[in-house]
Design a protein around this ligand. Structure first.
Ligand code: AHR
Length: 333
């Protein structure tokens, strides 16, 4: 008898908590009671599926999310997918099973998320994309996407190059170190850069390969580029870490980075900014990893069933060598 009453109470409580998630997930009536709370400070639990720890940017991003969760009173369940989509999918499924209030994740690659996102939607657990986008046609599978405009970042890199070589007519041989194959920043930074430089046929991308956003792979691929192409003028690296690895390769080949080969990177993490100030990198396009506070704010709102913008774009700038010298000491990451 006691067992039966306990089971009934448990079933009732489960139904209540599902209903609370349901309100929030549908973006409808707004939560009252339940773990999602009112968005006015009630504790919520977030499952966060991180890409990995592939770069200085990612380390800063993880810290920002963890610090912001603490400050916002959000209980954070954190997983590191080690740059593997299957690990992220497993983590998301486990968050669904644990019935967290909200799931946030930075997708390793753009494609292949519809099934697991549908599972979250069916369980009435809202999902927030942070940093990277997915290519799902059904945008109702997630509540909002918080992060940079990667195409614009690529354009900024291209614009600097066009200005730098505006007075010359000779061919400019470019090598490109792409980010993780299939990831939004790799696809978009390539596209934005290409869009700008294609207006002038003197710019030629003579080699383009993934360096997986890591320093080690950036070095390895740049070594191969240098062996195959003795006439490289410019390196465009989709992040600082690959650029820093490539600098080691360039120095190893007896060339002077920043002079013999001009270097453009993306991110503006401290090590990258130091290399820029030292004259080894020529230009950096900023990509801010400090998404934590905005993410917590959005999470509270979606759990409370409030409307949020479908897209929140991070504000970013660019840095020349002189600007890097000025801001280096105050850089947060
Ligand atoms: O998604 C953001 C990118 O991922 C950063 O530019 C890169 O450093 C990171 O690994």
């Amino acid at each position: 008898m006691f067992k039966r009453i306990s089971a009934m109470v448990l079933a009732g409580l489960t139904a209540m908590s599902l209903a609370a998630c349901g309100d929030a997930g549908s973006g409808g009536s707004g939560g009252s009671g339940g773990s999602g709370g009112s968005g006015g400070g009630d504790a919520i639990t977030m499952g966060f599926a991180q890409v990995g720890a592939e770069s200085g940017w990612r380390t800063a991003n993880t810290k920002s999310v963890q610090d912001a969760a603490k400050s916002a009173g959000v209980t954070l369940k954190f997983s590191d997918a080690q740059q593997k989509q299957e690990n992220q999918i497993k983590a998301i499924r486990s968050y669904i099973q644990q019935r967290v209030d909200v799931i946030a994740f930075s997708p390793v690659v753009e494609s292949g998320w519809d099934t697991v996102l549908k599972e979250a939607k069916d369980a009435n657990i809202p999902v927030i994309l942070t940093d990277r986008a997915v290519d799902s046609a059904d945008t109702s599978l997630y509540k909002t996407f918080l992060g940079s405009d990667f195409v614009e970042e690529g354009r900024k890199a291209g614009q600097w190059l066009v200005e730098e070589y505006q007075d010359g007519s000779e061919t400019v041989n470019i090598v490109e170190l792409q980010g993780t194959t299939g990831s939004a920043p790799a696809n978009d930074r390539k596209a934005g850069f290409q869009e700008i430089i294609q207006a002038d046929p003197k710019f030629k991308i003579i080699a383009s390969q993934t360096g997986d956003f890591t320093r080690a792979k950036g070095k390895e691929v740049m070594e191969a580029f240098l062996k195959a192409h003795p006439d490289i003028d410019v390196l465009y690296a989709h992040n600082d870490d690959m650029g820093l690895g490539a600098i080691e390769a360039i120095e190893g080949a007896g060339k002077v980075p920043g002079q013999d080969i001009k270097i453009i990177t993306v991110d503006a993490v401290r090590d990258g900014m130091q290399a820029l100030a030292d004259g080894k990198i020529n230009f950096i396009v900023e990509c801010s990893p400090l998404l934590g506070p905005q993410l917590m704010d959005l999470a509270k709102k979606v759990v409370a069933g409030q409307q949020v913008p479908a897209r929140v774009v991070t504000e970013e700038t660019t840095f020349t060598q002189e600007q890097a010298k000025q801001v280096l000491s105050t850089r947060q990451y």
